[in-house]
Structures are given as structure tokens and as C-alpha cells.
Design a protein around this ligand. Structure first.
Ligand code: DQA
Length: 146
């Protein structure tokens, strides 16, 4: 099966962006770790980062017919703003996991609302780059269960 990993705005800057909040690991390192783990489990994995809401909406829409079985999504700032991305995920009706490096619940009040959490299979937040690792592990368990 195929896993689609989506990263929202400013995550291209991981490694140098507020490292005390988001850690030192780069997005390329995270993507490589995820690809290796998925491949070892016999699955394919595609990653996409975009700063543009419509690019992410278009990719989610395409996932309806391209063999994607599960989506891992860090919507970044769009977590707290994007009805459009929420609607796209509701439209394709694919299972998805919401991921955050930081724990938004211990940060500013505006980060404590998510447009995604009530639709997600699960939410993994607060473990830095390992949030992605744990979410992929959960997704692979789900794929194995069928
Ligand atoms: C984030 C948390 C968001 O509040 C923030 O806007 C981000 C990253 C995280 O991974 O911790 O850009 O999604």
C-alpha cells in the first residue's frame, strides 16, 4: 500500500527554524527516515512539503484515485486556520494521522484549536521528529490489520 506524507508551511525550514521548539532535524532527514521505514515494511511512501494551501488541497484530492491508503499530515500553521484542507480530507475520506513536532497544547492559545483532530484517526504531537516516526508506526500497524 502507499503512504502519503504531507508537510505544511515553513516546515521546509526545519533544522534552522526555531530549533528550541522544532529541533535540529531537517525535513530531508525526516523524509529519508520515513521512506526507509515504509520500504522495510513493504510499502511505498511519497512526501510533499508546500507553503501553499492550494497545492496541499490539490494533492489530497488526487489521493482519492492514486492508490494512497493512508495520509500522514503535519498541517503546520494551517492546522489552526484551514477549513479548505479539512474539507479536502473529508471529501477523500482516507484515514489520516495528524502530526506535530511540538505540543501545541502547551503553547499559545491560538494553537490549541485544530481543524483536523476530530477527523483524524489519531494525533501525535510533542515528540519532535519522532512524532513522525510514531505516527508512521501506527499507520503501518493499521495497514497490516487491513
Ligand atoms: C506545528 C505546530 C503549529 O502550531 C505550527 O504553526 C507549525 C508546526 C508543529 O509541528 O509543531 O508550523 O505543526
Amino acid at each position: 500500500a502507499s503512504v502519503l506524507v504531507l508537510h505544511g508551511p515553513n516546515l521546509n525550514l526545519l533544522g534552522s527554524r526555531e530549533p528550541e521548539v522544532y529541533g535540529q532535524t531537517t525535513l530531508a532527514e525526516i523524509d529519508a527516515m520515513l521512506e526507509g521505514t515504509a520500504r522495510a515494511a513493504g510499502h511505498s511512501l511519497e512526501t510533499l512539503q508546500s507553503n501553499a494551501e492550494h497545492v496541499l488541497v490539490d494533492r489530497i484530492q488526487a489521493a482519492r484515485n492514486d492508490g494512497t491508503a493512508v495520509i500522514l499530515f503535519n498541517p503546520a500553521a494551517f492546522t489552526h486556520t484551514s477549513v479548505a484542507l479539512r474539507d479536502a480530507l473529508a471529501a477523500v475520506a482516507l484515514p489520516f494521522f495528524e502530526i506535530h513536532l511540538s505540543n501545541p497544547h502547551r503553547r499559545e492559545p491560538f494553537r490549541q484549536t485544530s481543524y483536523f483532530s476530530d477527523l483524524a484517526v489519531g494525533v501525535v504531537c510533542g515528540f519532535g521528529a519522532d512524532s513522525y516516526r510514531y505516527a508512521l508506526d501506527a499507520a503501518l500497524v493499521r495497514l497490516r490489520a487491513g
